[in-house]
Design a protein around this ligand. Structure first.
Ligand code: GLP
Length: 245
């Protein structure tokens, strides 16, 4: 089993290639269950999907599950991943709101919210195509270094470097929630197909560790080497340490 790698020249190429992969999935299986990600990386992919919607691609029978959500932010909080998805995708296409799912980071019973999320995923038949980004420390979703391979959806503490990286979306680092609900490594690996996107030189080291390093929780994305149908779609800068090998 090995991860497929596709390298495209620029982040713009990355977004259009990723959007086309998702569009093909939806055209072939209009009732697909898609796993979605947040962060800067997929923003342009969602913009390209919105363009494709304007040109006739319908999402009306698609179901979506997002990977993660901060703990303690209301759904409508501008920094919540719920707001992010509403802005960048849900309001841009004809997705049925009752079929879009996000972990409830504002639940009074977070553990129950995690179990409920796993149940909903199973009831939907699992993810057909999962979109992922990667943190510069190798995290996927909010599975930070040290996470367990058999982990399911759960509450996690964010690594200091993740809080620092994500503080660019908040007024200050102190405003970044210290915890999140995240799909686990086992949750992610249960998807039928996985597409990980990365661009820019600050992802090159993590990408190299994930693809060419040993499989270890020190680099959570390295667990993807165990998946039978995973592709890393990279721009030239994110791939630069691979091509040097
Ligand atoms: C965030 C998210 C991840 C995302 C990663 C990279 O913390 N939880 O799902 O892949 O960090 O983010 P970016 O795409 O902004 O570099």
């Amino acid at each position: 089993m090995s991860v497929a790698v596709q390298i495209v020249p620029t982040p713009e190429d990355l977004a259009s290639t990723a959007a086309n992969i998702f569009a093909s999935q939806i055209q072939e299986y209009p009732d697909s269950v898609l796993g979605l990600a947040t962060g800067s990386t997929p923003v342009d992919t969602y913009a390209r999907l919105a363009d494709l919607y304007e040109n006739g691609l319908s999402f009306e029978d698609v179901t979506t599950f997002n990977l993660d959500e901060y703990v303690g932010l209301r759904q409508g909080d501008p920094q919540s991943y719920h707001s992010f998805m509403t802005t960048h995708l849900f309001d841009q296409v004809d997705l049925d709101p009752s079929r879009t799912h996000m972990p409830d980071g504002d639940s009074e019973d977070l553990d129950e919210a995690c179990e409920e999320y796993e149940r909903l995923l199973q009831d939907a038949g699992g993810i057909d195509l999962q979109l992922l980004g990667i943190g510069s420390n190798g995290h996927i979703a909010f599975n930070e270094p040290g996470c367990a391979e058999d982990s399911l959806t759960r509450v996690v503490d964010l690594a200091p470097e993740t809080v620092a990286a994500n503080s660019r979306f908040f007024d200050s680092e102190d405003d970044v929630p210290g915890q999140a609900i995240t799909a686990g490594i086992a949750t992610i690996l249960s998807a039928d197909k996985i597409l990980l996107l990365a661009y820019g030189e600050n992802k090159a080291e993590a990408v190299c560790q994930a693809l060419a390093g040993e499989i270890t929780s020190d680099c959570p994305a390295s667990f993807l080497q165990k998946h039978p149908d995973c592709t890393f779609l990279l721009d030239a800068k994110a791939a630069e340490l691979l091509t040097e090998q």
